[in-house]
Design a protein around this ligand. Structure first.
Ligand code: PEP
Ligand code: MG
Length: 577
């Protein structure tokens, strides 16, 4: 049966292929048999997932003990640990893998059914109600198993046109899929500027989030058309629809190829203003895409991705190698390394946050200052890499003067440690701050006095100004980059920085969205950093723009306070591009 689903397109383009359902959270796991010689490995995979979950629970218990979480939580944790240790789940699952050769996820969900039936027979109504907790524990183990791919790695089950369909994916999950050859991503949950969407976008394949029931409605191997530009999925299309989309796909491909012609052209407006177009990356491997895009620097290296999907922390040498690789490959072009922005939706394994509002909690620089050893290790690694290129340090989520001073003191301390160790680094390394909290935008003078450059993180600036969780699709309609308050704040930061001659860029998603290019140019922005796939489209806009025409309109937009008026002025501004 053919049907259509509508979601929110987060990465443009058209993909045509076959559905592959990601399993973990929904308990709809893959079923397959393993060869006998893989039994030990499969059991080890199961055991390590149990160990991960146990560590998570222990971290949560510690949080309760330290007073960071409500005490009622403790009883609930004890129960979950008890379930985790129940032999029906652990021992019996191992036996089942050994004797029936089914994969670990399959065995575990079968044993979960056995345990649920046992709960069903319990007389005590309270305990009977605990069935939901059993399911939650098993979900956690299954999720942990995603970090320990099985004997049959996902990629080998896939054909060249596989489209991943998931209920939800964390940024860490998507990172894992970087190495797989999916042609598109679909999720039930998520929103435009969630980190999951950002990573999906960096993969440069069509992606749609907030599809609500896609994971339930789409079956494994269904034929799908994914229109990432319009946020539409067509399931099992007929021949005519398929032909139409194949045609559109080849037109898009042609346009993409045409854009390649401007790859080496300088990004200059018609009136001769030169603009820097930089790339956002997550890992050193992304440099290949950066080179393809013609970016002339890295405006945002989200270093926290080096910390995800692993049980340990990356040490100084490992981080140094990653940063050095990027610096060397960029041949003295700017490489802006953001210190780890962990917390909120990007957590170290086993330290998933229990805070009620993690985005307002111990995240980014707050976590760095709370974990000085971890911060010091990273600062040493970045400083060491500064010898190999034009490396800069960018600090996320600064909100007040004390944090700036403490951060600068940490950097000075790391520099002194390297001097003592007789290790070379760039003594004049530039240190910048992200402007992504309204308080920072509103007390800019102090930021400009103490820092060498600014980078506006519009993704968080919108979230924190409008009080809209950027990963919650139920409030995605309120996440409005055109809100007059946002436009005013962005304009205020750009214009104040320009007046003070402090370099300023935007590295949030707004910089890669072509409908904002002219507005930002008109407000005086001359440095944009975005995911590489979008760079040539933005450059194309720049090449067709004339600042004297744009500036008066941009000023009018900032002064407008009615959404209709803003929309009409934006249409006029973007007319003809
Ligand atoms: C931002 O907030 O705009 C930003 C670039 O940082 P991140 O998306 O990683 O929070
Ligand atoms: Mg941010």
């Amino acid at each position: 049966m053919s049907f259509i689903l509508q979601g929110s397109g987060v990465s443009e383009g058209i993909a045509i292929g076959h559905a592959h359902l990601a399993a973990p959270a929904a308990l709809e796991v893959m079923h397959y048999l393993i060869p006998k010689h893989q039994v030990d490995k499969e059991i080890a995979r199961l055991d390590s997932a149990f160990a991960v979950v146990r560590k998570e629970f222990e971290a949560l218990q510690k949080a309760v003990a330290d007073g960071h979480a409500r005490a009622e939580f403790s009883a609930f944790l004890d129960l979950h640990l008890m379930i985790l240790d129940d032999p029906t789940l652990s021992d019996a699952t191992r036996n089942m893998i050994t004797h029936t050769l089914c994969n670990a996820e399959w065995a575990l969900t079968q044993q979960m059914q056995v345990l649920l039936e046992q709960f069903e027979e319990i007389e005590d109504a309270y305990l009977r109600e605990r069935k939901a907790d059993v399911v939650q524990v098993v979900e956690r183990v299954l999720k942990a198993m995603l970090g320990h791919p099985g004997y049959l790695p996902v990629a080998s089950r896939l054909t060249g046109d596989s489209i991943l369909v998931a209920h939800d994916l964390s940024p860490a999950d998507v990172m894992q899929y970087k190495q797989h050859q999916f042609t598109a991503f679909l999720t039930d949950l998520g929103s435009q500027t969630s980190h999951t969407a950002i990573v999906a976008r960096s993969l440069n394949i069509p992606s749609i989030v907030a599809l609500h029931h896609a994971h339930q409605l789409i079956l494994e191997n269904d034929c799908l058309i994914v229109d990432g530009t319009n946020g539409i999925v067509i399931v099992n299309p007929d021949k005519y629809v398929l032909d139409e989309y194949r045609l559109r796909q080849s037109q898009l491909e042609l346009e993409r190829k045409k854009l390649q012609r401007i790859k080496t052209v300088a990004a200059m407006t018609l009136d001769g203003t030169l603009v820097d177009l930089y790339a956002n990356i997550e890992l050193p491997e992304d440099i290949a895409q950066v080179k393809d895009s013609g970016a002339t620097g890295i405006g945002l290296f989200r270093s926290e991705f080096l910390f995800l999907n692993r049980d340990d922390l990356p040490g100084e040498d490992e981080q140094f190698e990653a940063y050095r690789t990027v610096a060397v490959k960029m041949h003295k072009q700017p490489v802006t390394i953001r210190t780890f922005d962990l917390g909120a939706d990007k957590n170290l394994k086993g330290s998933e946050q229990v805070a009620a509002n993690p985005a307002l909690g111990l995240r980014a620089i707050r976590l760095s200052l709370a974990e000085p050893k971890m911060f010091h290790t990273q600062l040493r690694a970045i400083l060491r890499a500064s010898k190999y290129g034009d490396v800069r340090i960018l600090v996320p989520m600064l909100s007040n003067i004390a944090e700036i001073d403490q951060t600068l003191a940490h950097i000075e301390y790391a520099k002194q440690a390297l001097r003592d160790d007789k290790i070379d680094f760039d003594e004049h390394i530039k240190v910048g701050g992200m402007i992504e909290i309204p308080a920072a935008a509103l007390s800019l003078d102090i930021f400009m006095r103490k820092l060498d450059f600014l980078s506006i993180g519009t993704n968080d600036l919108i979230q924190y100004t409008l009080a809209v969780d950027r990963i919650d699709d139920t409030v995605a309609h309120l996440y409005d980059p055109f809100h007059p308050a946002i436009l005013w704040l962005v304009s205020h930061v750009i214009q104040s920085a320009n007046r003070a001659k402090v370099p300023v860029s935007i590295c949030g998603e707004m910089a890669g969205d072509k409908q904002f290019t002219r507005l930002l140019l008109g407000l005086g922005l001359q440095q944009f950093s975005m995911y590489p796939a979008q760079l040539l489209t933005v450059k194309n806009q720049i090449l067709k723009s004339n600042l004297p025409d744009i500036i008066p309109l941009a000023q009018k937009i900032i002064k407008a306070d009615q959404p209709e008026k803003i929309a009409a002025l934006m249409a006029k501004l973007n007319d003809g591009v």
